[in-house]
Design a protein around this ligand. Structure first.
Ligand SMILES: Nc1nc2c(ncn2[C@@H]2O[C@H](COP(=O)(O)OP(=O)(O)OP(=O)(O)O)[C@@H](O)[C@H]2O)c(=O)[nH]1
Ligand SMILES: [Mg+2]
Length: 462
């Protein structure tokens, strides 16, 4: 399960600055998708190959019974779902009475709290921390969120405290892992129940805590699948009467554990901001995706056209995904979802041969050259696969740091088109060797060297 780190503290101590640093995706392409707004409160990050979730709680006032009682309630709810609390303090201001109040509130939660002293870049670590020993919550850790100092070791220390994730040998027979996500009341539980319908359920994990999802392994057409249900399966018929407990954290964790995400939308309610935010999270995760437009029954054809327009307009960055229009209630279209799921998964995990990738790259570059940078043209020379689910295409050349966003999109579109890679995001990675072909003798050695450094090409561990 993805560890969850919550950032807590008074206003202005640097929570959002730290959040941005911890969730900064190296893949700028994701952030640059037209129409995509990033969630400023919840984000996924990665240290090495260890992913985590970060929550920016937006701040506690430290005034007991203060005006922002309501907000504090929300902060406490976020804390409830977290594995680690980072209590941020301001080295320049020192320990304030408000900090003391927050400390005692945090103590009451019984959660592990780390004292993090921010803005300590111009101070000696010991001096920066000294003032905060009086909080009685262990050793203060000095960092500078703005300058990135101490952040890496802080996160590594947190992740080290957590038990190693189980290596999922046992998961082999669980088939494709499908996360069913969507905002409340779009019909996730109805869909899950409908999909399970007559199927033979092999295993059913009850959730352990409030934020756990339910995992259901079953077989369909004698093929195993595992549904990850973020809403919780209702065995009873009256699904609609259950008020579902929606949790972004639970959703992020389910996405991270899946191979394919089914994003469920509500055709009768239309596309909302929350849908777009979830879609953004899915895109950032790199998982294969099937967009399921539910409640398609009982709509007039003009309404249907409008929903389709709406999706294109509000979720343009999901254009790679297959869309399916269904009625979970009546069951229409549900059986056909498997075809889309299987296809998305197959594409996301397909092996791509180096000669083919390089050939496509060559054609693409021939058709439309990358621009010149400081009088020299960007060269893109060869490509190979660097990972699966999502497919990563590693492109070698020179001045690759300067490849413009529009050109990256052009490349991705071409790769997608020629390889027919629908249903999955495609990631590009660039490697510049100053001129890898200048000194021919060093070429094989260099390529090998790069191979060793490259992150593992095997599919992700789950
Ligand atoms: N010098 C210095 N300034 C920092 C550092 N981290 C954050 N800041 C600055 O502190 C100010 C507040 O930072 P935010 O990240 O917005 O603080 P916050 O805790 O999210 O504030 P609220 O959301 O209002 O509670 C900004 O001007 C930041 O640039 C740091 O490590 N060093
Ligand atoms: Mg903030």
């Amino acid at each position: 399960m993805l560890p969850v780190i919550a950032l807590v503290g008074r206003p202005n101590v640097g929570k959002s600055t730290l959040f941005n640093r911890l969730t900064k995706t190296r893949d700028a392409l994701v952030a640059d998708q037209p129409g995509l707004t990033r969630d400023r409160q919840y984000g996924m990050g990665k240290m090495g190959d260890r992913p985590y979730v970060v929550v920016d709680t937006g701040g506690l006032s430290g005034e007991e019974g203060g005006v922002d009682q309501l907000m504090e309630k929300q902060v406490l709810a976020a804390i409830e779902e977290a594995d680690h609390i980072l209590f941020l303090l301001d080295a320049r201001v020192g320990c304030t009475p408000a900090d003391q109040v927050i400390a005692s509130q945090l103590r009451r939660t019984g959660k592990p709290v780390h004292i993090v002293v921010n803005k300590s870049e111009s101070l000696d670590g010991d001096i920066a921390g000294a003032d905060f020993f009086s909080l009685g919550m262990g050793e203060p850790l000095p960092i500078s969120a703005a300058h990135g100092r101490g952040v890496r070791s802080l996160i590594n220390a947190l992740l080290d405290e957590l038990p190693e994730g189980l290596d999922d040998v046992a998961k082999e027979d669980k088939g494709i892992q499908i996360a069913v996500v969507g905002r409340p009341n779009v019909g996730k539980s109805t869909l899950v129940n409908r999909m399970l319908g007559e199927e033979r359920v092999v295993a059913f994990d009850q959730p352990g805590t409030t934020r756990d999802s339910v995992f259901i392994t079953y077989s369909h057409n004698e093929k195993p699948y595992t549904l990850i249900d973020t809403a919780g399966v209702r065995r009873r018929a009256r699904v609609s009467e259950v008020i579902e407990k929606f949790s972004v954290i639970k959703t992020l964790q389910a996405i991270a554990q899946s191979n394919v995400v089914m994003l469920v939308l509500d055709a009768q309610q239309g596309i909302t901001e929350q849908d777009a935010t979830l879609a953004g999270h899915i895109l950032e995760s790199g998982r294969a995706l099937v967009v399921v437009i539910n409640k398609w029954d009982g709509l007039q054809s003009e309404q249907r056209d409008q929903v389709k327009d709406d999706i294109e307009r509000k979720l343009p960055f999901l254009d790679f995904a297959v869309k399916r229009f269904i009625s979970a209630l009546h069951g229409s279209g549900v059986g056909k979802l498997y075809e889309a799921i299987d296809k998305a998964y197959a594409n996301a995990t397909r092996k791509l041969a180096t000669p083919e990738l390089t050939r496509i790259l060559e054609w693409t570059v021939q058709e439309h050259q990358p621009p010149m940078v400081q009088g020299r043209r960007i060269k893109l020379r060869y490509a190979h696969q660097g990972g699966q689910n999502p497919p990563i295409i590693v492109i070698h050349g020179n001045q690759t740091d300067s490849v413009p966003m529009t050109y990256k999109r052009y490349l991705i579109n071409r790769f997608r088109e020629v390889l027919k890679l629908s249903g999955t995001p495609i990631r590009l990675e660039f490697k510049s060797g100053e001129n890898p072909f200048k000194d021919k003798k060093s070429k094989p050695a260099q390529r090998q060297g790069q191979k060793r450094q490259r992150p593992k090409a095997a599919p992700r561990r789950r």
